[in-house]
Design a protein around this ligand. Structure first.
Ligand code: MIC
Ligand code: SF4
Length: 756
């Protein structure tokens, strides 16, 4: 049985490192050239390095990750699926982290108490299911999954998957860490390999040094601006170059974390002395010493740094000396500009200049160094006798960070200027924010150090304009209370005169070491067979899963067009979080939110509505889907570019499947969502000609034909039958391998797994 403790044992790391020399030799022989760091890690974790596909962006390949991590909002569905496989325990070290379900209302202590109460049924389920199947359980309050993983489990050269799109955070410590849906995690927990496309490689060469107001966050905000939200799709973003060493390990993690926002499979930094310092400071001196011995394997070969353009599909250059602090948003993380230009942009775009709330934290930016830099700005304000002009909410990333920043006086600095400290959890980042100061529909501006800013994401109000920046920049805006004062260059006007802020400065690691705080880890039972997992039949929050029906062997004929999404359609549009998080373990209940955030081309007046093709009436999309399902009418949903951007939540794929959806046809998909649809037996198709999107009309019916001959690389014919009797035939492509086609036929990947 897999060993699961509160940290990765050095023996596991040693076993991985022992494979590197031989595996990288195989890779050099097969590729006939030097290797990038990502390639070394991938070959070291290949199920079979001799047959591993090498066509980047084309071949599918099997890997054997070292670990699996799941957070509470996705673990419920993943573990409900795992339970149906009938296995005694997980095959790979696995942990569950309780972080998403805690609502931010008044402050850490009271919010935690009420979360324990409100979510007790779900926490009991996760705790017992973890105990039974050999999974490590991190209690609510222990911190946000990605910070805890970075502090406890990540190691250079390792590979992990996690049921959360920001799993790549661990790339800051040199781990290939990939965000996946629950069904992918089930495969690995059941002892199967992790199957994914051989990633393309984007190299980012960093020169110069980070300094002044500029921080790691600004590197990724700049990269997001360059690559856009879909520019990293299917690629690993590998950072290298002399500038990398000027960034702390947690800063590197910030950059890798937000690689999710550009669609990257994951991002990766090479091992360096800053990684060693972080390992040592978090009690993993043995792993640091071992990594030091294997250091050549934990970075790209020297030739790669010399001529990166020969090895990467694309190379981006960033000079850290030139990089200014940035702000992105609203509504999308790739709309970037330097702080110095925000006043002009805000004036020309008409963004409300007054900031209504400022938020520091999230898995992206809640490290000791992050809070230290924010506190340094706060300390200057405190000394000048000024307070925040807007509410400032702080979420520490882990209990260890919280206890340490409390001990070192950072919390006091922040509270002294008026900040409220929330529980160590996701909180407002995932809409778990009970905000009473703004009415629904009221246009207002917020600034956060989070990673996502899709409409309605934080406070459920699609009219909130959400901007993203570094923690220190966010505190700057909290002090000015306005978007149009560049506090990095100009003094802040106050009642006591103008106050000029010095650039922030803080230790990257605590000089006195980390204070671990209250321990949050619960190990699994020695013998799980006796542990009982309770799912009450009348539960509102948990529901055992019924297998989806197998494909009946017939073409899809006469499908209704449920909706045609216009513009951005993220997983937050498909299956919103916030108040719906409580149904993440109950497929029937959560399906009531299906597509409620979607802007439907056929019913643009109100998001989340659609036209019933039978009588032209307008219904909410979940009601319409249900009505079609009950009437035995199959349906198709149509999407635009990068459909399914954002979260790894497989609910966004299970809900359409459960509600009678047969096909999702889009201009392009985000990686995790496309994989999730395939896993759940939904046909995920892409317009061969993106302009054909325009041809689909509200009263069409759609036929998808030739399904008996589905084959890898072979397009599928889609017939559009218009109400005027005319029919147009178009082609759609897919990325299904033979294995994926078997999932479609069986009804889902889980159905295939159950049979084996
Ligand atoms: C997110 O940031 O969107 C989430 C909430 O962490 C999701 C996971 C989920 O929806 O539970 C993610 O990033 O994958
Ligand atoms: Fe939690 Fe936000 Fe990070 Fe998602 S992005 S894991 S919701 S903190």
């Amino acid at each position: 049985m897999a060993t699961v403790g509160p940290t990765t044992p050095v023996e596991l790391v040693e076993e991985v490192y022992r494979r590197f020399p031989e595996r990288t030799d195989v890779a050099r022989r097969r590729l006939g050239r030097p290797l990038t760091f990502a390639e070394k890690v991938l070959f070291a974790h290949a199920d079979d390095p001799e047959s591993l596909g090498t066509n980047r962006g084309i071949d599918y390949a099997d890997y054997r990750p070292d670990r699996v991590a799941m957070q509470d909002a996705t673990a419920q569905m993943a573990l409900l699926q795992f339970m149906t496989a009938g296995l005694p325990h997980v095959a790979v070290p696995t942990t569950v982290h309780c972080d998403h379900l805690i609502q931010a209302r008044v402050g850490a202590e009271a919010d935690m108490k009420s979360a324990l109460d409100v979510n007790s049924e779900v926490y009991d389920f996760l705790r017992t299911v973890s105990a039974k199947y050999g999974i490590g359980f991190w209690k609510p309050g222990s911190g946000i999954i990605h910070q805890v993983v970075l502090e406890q489990y990540a190691f250079p050269g390792g590979m992990m998957i996690g049921t959360d799109s920001h799993t790549p955070n661990a790339g800051g410590l040199g781990m290939v860490a990939i965000g996946v849906g629950g069904a992918d995690a089930v495969d690995v927990m059941a002892g199967w390999p992790f199957n994914t496309r051989v990633p393309k490689l984007i190299g980012v060469r960093l020169t110069g040094r980070l300094d002044g107001w500029t921080s790691a966050k600004d590197v990724i905000l700049k990269v997001a601006g360059i690559l856009t939200v879909k520019g990293g799709t299917g690629a690993i973003v590998e950072y290298f170059g002399p500038g990398a060493e000027s960034i702390s390990a947690t800063g590197k993690a910030t950059i890798c974390n937000m690689g999710a926002e550009i669609g990257a499979t994951c991002s990766l930094f090479p091992y360096d002395y800053r990684s060693a310092m972080f390992l040592e400071s978090t009690g993993r001196e043995d792993i640091a010493a071992l990594a030091g011995r294997y250091a050549d394997h934990l970075r790209p070969d020297p030739e790669v740094e010399g001529h990166p353009e020969r090895y990467y599909d694309r190379v981006i250059d960033i000079d850290l000396d030139e990089l200014e602090p940035h702000v992105v948003g609203p509504h999308t993380p790739d709309l970037d500009r330097p702080v110095s230009e925000l006043a002009r942009c805000a004036a020309s775009e008409g963004y409300p200049l007054e900031v209504s709330a400022a938020l520091v934290g999230s898995c992206t930016n809640s490290s000791y160094e992050d809070i230290g830099r924010a506190a340094h700005v706060a300390r200057q304000a405190r000394a000048a006798g000024i307070k925040v002009r807007t509410p400032l909410l702080i979420t520490p990333g882990s209990e260890q960070v919280r206890a340490t920043i409390e001990r070192d006086g950072y919390l006091e600095d922040l509270e002294a200027i008026g900040a409220t400290v929330l529980a160590n959890a996701c909180g407002p980042c995932i809409g778990q924010w009970q905000r009473d100061d703004i009415q629904p529909g009221q246009v207002n501006t917020i600034v956060s150090s989070f990673n996502r800013n899709f409409p309605a994401r934080n406070d459920g109000n699609a009219s909130t304009l959400s901007f993203i920046a570094s923690p220190e920049t966010v505190v700057g805006y909290a002090l000015t209370g306005r978007l149009d004062i560049d506090f990095t260059r100009e003094p802040i006007p106050t009642a006591n005169g103008a106050v000029r802020l010095d650039p922030p400065h803080a230790d990257e690691l605590p000089a006195k070491g980390f204070d671990p705080g209250e321990s949050g880890f619960v190990g699994p039972a020695e013998d799980g067979s006796a542990v009982e997992v309770i799912v009450r039949p009348d539960s509102e929050r948990l529901e055992l899963l019924e297998p989806f029906p197998a494909w009946d062997g017939n073409d899809f004929l006469g499908l209704a067009v449920l909706m045609k999404a216009v513009g951005k359609c993220t997983t937050d549009h498909i299956s919103p979080a916030g108040k719906w998080l409580k149904y993440r373990g109950h497929l029937s209940n959560i399906s009531r939110n299906l597509f409620t955030g979607v802007n439907n081309a056929f019913s643009l007046d109100e998001p989340g509505t659609g036209v019933d093709r039978r009588d032209g009436s307008i219904k909410s999309l979940p009601d319409l889907a249900k009505a079609y399902k009950e009437a035995g009418i199959g349906w198709i949903a149509v999407g635009d570019e990068n459909y399914g951007e954002g979260s790894s939540r497989e609910h966004a794929a299970m809900e359409p499947r459960f509600m009678g959806g047969k096909v999702i046809l889009v201009r392009s998909f985000a990686r995790i969502h496309e994989a999730n649809l395939k896993k759940q037996g939904v046909l995920a198709l892409t317009f061969a000609n993106p302009d054909d999107y325009e041809r689909i009309l509200v009263d069409d019916t759609i036929d998808v034909v030739g399904l008996a001959d589905l084959a890898p690389g072979k397009p599928v014919t889609v017939r559009i039958n218009h109400a005027n009797g005319k029919t147009t035939e178009i082609q759609a492509t897919h990325t299904m391998s033979d294995e994926h086609i078997a999932w479609f036929r069986a009804g889902s990947a889980l159905n295939v797994l159950r049979r084996q």
